[in-house]
Design a protein around this ligand. Structure first.
Ligand code: AMP
Ligand code: GLY
Length: 419
């Protein structure tokens, strides 16, 4: 890719309002080809580097109209719900390049049963599974695979639709009454998240990351959207990314094309490195949150130009993505009560950015007095870099202690085992 100075020519609209969108807007704004960044609807964090627009991210026509009005030549869709709602289709129909899959292709995330079928057809290694439509089938599936039980709701559930438990009654209860649940074989081994940028045929992997799903230290408590992350993964076998590209990504893209729903955008491959080899835990149709927070600060290749190439079917013109030879760690500050009912309205005072640490805003808003307050479950993400994971971790936790957020809590063991 040509990284020589260019006249800024790209106007980018980022859709969404969380930590991932703040991270994306930050990386996109740093691309020398970008003249303006807009976000719909964005949050107080994105307003520091882009123009926010109070437009419903789930309304395909409203997003397409906004993109036309502001003269966007690239729309980047952050979360899964707008993708499943067909926002990318509406933007493309308006003649504007869009980074994000069609509603049909986003079913790789929108339906666990669909994703399992695609993996089976494409010969992609994943947990053995059964799709159940009633409580009798559910009970039989639990007994077939045995404990620990893995029960997944079929549709979008913001990271909370999956229960992994050794308690058979709890597993039955989790799936009871659902139209469609997937019961799976339990996968042992550490997890890794691999982001792949694709135009439907060409594909470029980003640097793998690991996130921490459980709410409490030592992986205790319920699953969340993710409480922290780090990158790179020093324990990952050399060649693992190439193997996943060959055994998972390319066969999946080929199958999606065959089905008439080519997948173009970000394919998030959730992996378990099991004792029996690499297995796909899940696909997502968008950047992961909070993994994005650690992967993008290490990316050297200007992001917006790569996303534009993917959105316009010319990813083959882009070489391998380049990363800094450093490490990044992020720690999520969630609001008391998360992942159940989080406290809202707590005032927050942020420190200035440090040399190696900064704050990404996820669930924040401004109150009537213009003061920053918590308005979601995962509220802030402290991101730090360092020469290695130990240094990045120290920088992250040092910055966390500078934040004034009384209702906030965080895990104290993010990336601890990796050090
Ligand atoms: P998913 O939404 O499918 O990614 O599941 C959320 C989390 O549940 C994953 O990141 C894993 O930590 C856990 N999980 C999902 N499927 C399995 C499985 N088959 N075996 C063990 N853990 C799983
Ligand atoms: N961090 C997990 C996800 O984005 O789904």
């Amino acid at each position: 890719m040509n990284t020589a100075p260019v006249d800024p020519w790209l106007t980018v609209l980022v859709v969404g309002a969380g930590g991932r969108e703040h991270s994306l807007a930050r990386a996109i704004a740093a691309d020398p080809a970008v003249s303006r960044v807009h976000v719909a609807p964005g949050n107080p964090g994105t307003s520091t580097l882009a123009t926010n627009h109070a437009v419903d991210p789930l309304d395909p026509d409203a997003v397409a109209a906004l993109a036309s009005e502001i003269g966007a030549n690239l729309v980047v869709i952050g979360p899964e719900a707008p993708l499943v709602a067909g926002v990318a289709d509406a933007v493309r129909a308006a003649g504007i390049a869009c980074f994000g899959p069609s509603a049909a292709a986003a079913q790789l995330e929108g339906s666990k049963a669909f994703a399992k079928q695609v993996m089976a057809d494409a010969g992609v290694p994943t947990a053995a599974s059964l799709v159940c439509h009633n409580d009798v089938e559910l009970a039989a599936a639990l007994d077939r695979f045995g404990a620990p039980y893995v029960v997944k709701h079929d549709g979008l559930a913001a990271g909370k639709g999956v229960l992994v438990t050794s308690d058979r009654a709890a597993a039955l209860e989790h799936g009871r009454g659902a139209d469609q649940v997937v019961v799976e074989e339990y996968l042992d081994g550490p997890e890794a998240s691999l982001f792949v940028i694709t135009d439907g045929s060409h594909a470029l992997p980003l640097q793998p990351a690991q996130d921490f799903k459980r709410v409490g230290d030592d992986d205790q408590g319920p699953n969340t959207g993710g409480m922290g992350a780090y990158s790179p993964l020093p324990w990952l076998a050399p060649g693992a990314v190439d193997q996943v590209m060959a055994e998972v990504v390319h066969p999946t893209l080929a199958r999606m094309a065959e089905l008439g729903s080519p997948f173009s955008g970000l394919l998030y491959v959730g992996l378990a490195m099991t004792s029996r080899g690499v297995r796909v835990v899940e696909f997502n149709a968008r950047f992961g949150d909070p993994e994005t927070e650690v992967v993008l600060p290490l990316l050297r290749t200007p992001l917006a130009q790569v996303l534009y190439a993917a959105a316009t079917g010319s990813l083959d013109s882009v070489g391998e993505l380049e990363f800094d030879d450093r490490a990044a760690v992020c720690v999520v500050l969630a609001s008391r009560g998360y992942p159940g009912a989080p406290q809202k309205g707590c005032r927050i005072v942020l420190p200035p950015d440090a040399e190696d640490a900064f704050v990404i805003q996820a669930g924040t808003s401004l109150d009537a007095a213009g003061q920053l307050v918590a308005s979601g479950g995962r509220v802030l993400v402290v991101v730090a870099t360092g020469a290695d994971i130990a240094a990045a971790r120290r920088n992250a936790y040092a910055h966390v202690t500078q934040i004034d957020f009384v209702d906030g809590f965080y895990r104290s063991d993010i990336a601890a085992k990796a050090v």
